[in-house]
Design a protein around this ligand. Sequence first.
Ligand SMILES: Nc1ncnc2c1ncn2[C@@H]1O[C@H](COP(=O)(O)OP(=O)(O)OP(=O)(O)O)[C@@H](O)[C@H]1O
Ligand SMILES: [Mg+2]
Length: 324
Amino acid sequence: MTSAAIGDVVLEVDNLSTVFELKAGVARPVNGVNFQLRRGEILGVVGESGSGKSVTGLSILGLIDPPGRIESGAIRLNGLDLTKIDESEMRRHRGRSVSMIFQDPMTTLNPVLTIGRQFFDVLRAHRNVGREEAMTIAEGALERVGIPAPRLRLSSYPHELSGGMRQRVCIAIALACGPDVIIADEPTTALDVTIQSQILNLVQTLVRQNDAALVWITHDLSVVAGLCDRVAVMYAGRIVEIGSVKEVLDRPRHPYTIGLINSIPGDAPPGGRLSQIPGGPPSPFRLPPGCAFAPRCAKAATICETNPPSLGGPEYSVRCHFPA
Ligand SMILES: Nc1ncnc2c1ncn2[C@@H]1O[C@H](COP(=O)(O)OP(=O)(O)OP(=O)(O)O)[C@@H](O)[C@H]1O
Ligand SMILES: [Mg+2]
């Protein structure tokens, strides 16, 4: 354990760019992402499909494989730049100081190993524990995520558990080594609404108790409103607006954020038409030179087509030449 306190910056993503070098050309799904995360904080990341949310998460975990690579930028975890370390050192941090919860629990779980064995492997990789001690830790971890009869569950295989239970196991494994940062990539989208809200509450409580920091990737703005402290809106590989949930959701300033909020069914009159942002996002192979949203933006002027707007300070910022 470190002596870090709530409010300390634990993760700093600085101008991160991740590319895929494919036969068809170079795709730029993450193109200059900046944000800071403080201990005890939950940051929601929203944006439409393909905006680079998952690739950002995978980049932080060092899970981008060729033909993909981090092209530039820094990812500082407690000051250590993860882009500068080799795979064996990254393996020591992955699972221990930073861990990930995926949409599909079977990305994490091995179908042919018992839950207990999978805990044991994770704990043994990062902490000097024997089998008995690992089982005691695992039992406690399963209990904390609300799994009934946790001792018995240690000898279950993943297919013997429901989807919601499997996701709880993944959360327990992700938290087992007391990571500083957890990246959750739409971990509740496949679950029904009641299980989803149980899991959201659970993760929120565990993150606060452990003074960890959480990045929660989602399509769902109501989840952001209920779970997160701050929210980052991504568009075409960049954060276009970031701030407190209240600031961004109540008073959005970027035309894309405004469009996103206006397209939520909940705000539309019953039976009425939802407003939609016209057009579609640019191809990651051919990003426009200026603001990537300009071709779809009603407010766009010449400067938007030529000069990419910059993001402001780390607390609240909007990447737009003409914010609302
Ligand atoms: N392994 C890969 N090889 C090539 N291109 C990839 C790879 N992984 C992602 N991409 C591309 O990167 C872009 C961003 O993908 P990403 O998965 O980060 O989007 P996302 O915001 O998570 O979308 P969704 O909401 O659908 O999950 C997409 O255009 C995608 O096709
Ligand atoms: Mg994704």
